[in-house]
Design a protein around this ligand. Structure first.
Ligand code: SAH
Length: 371
């Protein structure tokens, strides 16, 4: 006997299609243009996972959609909750690969830390994710899916306009977002759409280790806040900490920051600086940092090193971090020390890692494309 429709598991996922792509898909499907707008509303404003729940669409149309399409989220394979309220989800995709997503509640906001890749090719020597061997890019659906899973867990559908627990988004999870720019951009356009998930570009921060040629595009096309993982003020030290520095050294990176579209004193670039005992934490390093940042609308975020099993570094002592912060602050830059969150569940900066097998050697500059 012939199967009349493709098996349900093969249906095309509508989550992760841009507005234009969804409109084109619906046109191909023979639906009128306003159907695409209705679907968008149900998917991203209401968060429904089943066509049957889309009650403004006729029953026949809903049934027809269900024969061809899916509204697929990543599968939550594990949830961990820290004593400080931080939550971490291990999410699985249809090919079995996994990433981690973290929600960090604070008094006045809630930040979701999203991953851009499975693993990471950067091999920063202080970062746990860098030890993971398999790397592939996430597709737009897999990036948007992380936000939707968090909204599910927080009970935030339909998208609330006020009193949200998920107010801010940071691309600071696993992977290098600017090595997966197209998918990240597509996902962020969906996330920022005011008739859907509706998280404004002012509440979104993309963190990069310094993929210089992509920085300008990120500012011009997405207009999100930029964070740069600087971590050292001399090229010889940064070469060891962030090997990407050999390709794009400090001076080039800072030039790209100086001209980042949209940066101003009201919207400063964040320079992340991990505090590693005896490596980059001296008062002289702090003074050099101040010198380097001249002319850039900058703020500095000092991150106490978060340990992981087998890590070759130690965190700087509190006194060294405080002295460093004082020097930067005295020069007129805000220089808060980032409070580690979720350390007990390995959810803090640089601790994310999902178990995965080797698919390809990591020596390649960029990851395998999204599945
Ligand atoms: N690839 C991007 C996104 C990762 S963001 C980037 O490099 O910016 C994660 C942030 O945590 C980066 O600033 C990273 O350098 C920092 N980090 C990594 N490992 C860390 C650790 N063990 N302790 C503290 N911060 C760490």
């Amino acid at each position: 006997m012939q199967i009349p429709f493709p098996p349900a598991s093969l249906g095309r996922n509508l989550v992760g299609l841009s507005r234009a792509a969804l409109a084109a898909e619906m046109a191909d499907f023979g639906a009128e243009p306003f159907r695409a707008r209705q679907l968008w509303h149900w998917i991203y404003h209401r968060g429904v996972t089943d066509f049957a729940a889309m009650t403004s669409l006729s029953k026949g149309f809903r049934e027809r959609l269900a024969t061809q399409y899916k509204l697929r989220r990543p599968i939550v394979s594990r949830t961990l909750a820290s004593t400080d309220g931080t939550r971490k989800w291990l999410l699985q995709f249809p090919d079995g690969q996994e990433v981690e997503t973290v929600h960090i509640p604070e008094e006045d906001r809630g930040t979701l830390c999203v991953s851009a890749q499975v693993g990471c090719t950067l091999t920063c020597s202080f970062c746990h994710t860098g030890t993971q061997r398999l790397v592939r890019n996430l597709g737009a659906a897999e990036i948007v899916g992380q936000v939707m899973i968090a909204r599910d867990a927080l009970g935030e559908w339909p998208s609330p306009q006020a009193d949200r627990q998920l107010t801010n988004l940071v691309l600071m999870g696993m992977g290098e977002p600017l090595f997966n720019y197209d998918n990240v951009a597509e996902a962020l356009q969906i996330v920022m759409d005011p008739e859907g998930l509706s998280i404004s570009r002012r509440k979104i921060t993309l963190s990069t280790a310094g993929v210089v040629p992509m920085i300008r595009r990120c500012g011009a096309e997405l207009g999100v806040n930029l964070a740069v993982s600087l971590h050292a003020v001399r090229d010889d030290i940064r070469d060891r900490l962030v090997p990407l520095n050999r390709k794009y050294p400090i001076a080039e990176l800072l030039d790209a920051c100086r001209t980042y579209p949209g940066a101003s004193n009201a919207r400063r670039i964040t320079f992340e600086y991990v505090m590693l005992k005896g490596v980059n934490d001296s008062p002289a390093d702090a003074r050099e940092l101040v010198r380097l940042l001249a002319g850039i609308p900058a703020k500095v975020n000092l991150i106490p090193f978060n340990p992981w099993p087998g890590a070759p570094y130690e965190c700087s002592p509190d006194a060294a971090i405080a002295a460093f912060s004082d020097i930067v602050f005295a020069a007129g830059y805000s220089a808060p020390v980032r409070t580690p969150r979720g350390r007990d569940i390995l959810a803090a900066c640089g601790q994310l890692k999902s178990a995965s097998v080797k698919l390809r050697p990591k020596s390649e500059a960029e990851a395998i494309p999204a599945a």
